[in-house]
Design a protein around this ligand. Sequence first.
Ligand code: CMC
Length: 426
Amino acid sequence: MAKDSLSVVDNRTGRTYELPIEDGAIRARDLQQMGLVSYDPAFGNTASCRSRITYIDGDAGVLLYRGYPIEQLAERSTFLETAYLLVKGELPNAQHLAQWTHNITMHTIVHENIKNFMDGFRYDAHPMGMLVATVGALSTFYPEAKLIHDPDSRRIQTHRLLAKMPTIAAFAYRHATGMPYAYPDNDLSYTGNFLNMMFKVTELKYRPNPVLERALDVLFILHADHEQNCSANAMRSIGSSQVDPFSALAGACAALYGPLHGGANEAVLRMLQEIGSVANIPAYLQRVKAGEVRLMGFGHRVYKNFDPRGTVIKRLADQVFEVTGRNPLLDIAMELERIALQDDYFRERRLYPNVDFYSGIIYQAMGFPVDMFPVLFAIPRTAGWIAQWLEMVQDEEQRIARPRQIYQGPVQRDYVAIDRRAADAA
Ligand code: CMC
């Protein structure tokens, strides 16, 4: 009997099977010999890939990108350097960083027809819906992107995606506000230019506030990757059909849009506005405990401790509020956190504030409308999605994603003509 194996006795046949254990996992495929599949709705305990990108220890509250603690990257790195690290696996030297920055900066502009395409949306279109559609549309502008096995094609699509996401995001905002689109200013940093495209009015040269520019850069670092979450899984799953990365990334954006994922920061803000004042917190928590609503920005599938990103964000909030003035919703958020952390309901379920609990309050203070919050998540997460996609494309163990099911529908039956169906049929 192999030491690293799992013995399984099948009581139906009396046979014993040895399932090899490798890297703390058994292969679900080994169950096939017993005529079994593994059943794991929502992939709660299923590893779908081997990855070298991001490590999370949810019990200890640890998050590492390529081995580097998120706190160190937030303190000392920049978003573009972190994106390089995620995509390429190592921190760049000065020359490689300069080249990478140049390559991305040179692709910030979008084809004029993209502008026309975005003009077609209704005046009140949600910017995240516009982002999903426009990123998908990019695939028609770069048909060579379908050459996913060509490293040169993968490299240029990586630059394009990282470069154009802020441009499309800002254009979506300008469309909603009726402002003319502001073109990229390649003299500025990645986040400085994004602020320029968002907020430039009539001034000849937009000069971002350095504190806000850096705060946004740190927020981008914190959101850059988070291993196999809903949208990363969408990116890999769609990409496994060998479609081009723009189409796969549109799907990842769509996954991020939902309120349980990247839409959570928007939902937190709306929740804090609904609560309205510190006095209303106990009544709101009663509704949460009664199962009527969820406490948005709390809880995480992986973290059963403080989310390390939340801790960095809380510190960042003070720096931002020194420039922008204090967001009055902060008082409600802090009191909500204090009460919830003492409450048995949240303690027993190990529900702590996650990255989204405070990020929305900062974004709002910086002047971003609530609708833009998931978009602000999608821009940096593009680095993570690309890293996950690149790893998947080059992983020889991967094939087209195709889960199994447990069929529980009707057994085979014959078609019934419409005039012979019961009156109360569904
Ligand atoms: N408020 C109230 N109860 C909660 C919450 C919450 N935010 N989250 C989980 N619970 C309860 C849930 O009702 C369940 O209780 P019970 O065992 O009595 O049925 C228990 O905790 C376990 O919850 P779960 O739904 O099995 O947990 P999950 O791992 O499937 O869900 C989650 C994770 C993030 C979707 C969930 O915690 C949630 O909906 N949080 C609010 C939305 C949110 O903030 N999302 C952002 C996540 S961080 C950004 C990102 O990475 O996308």
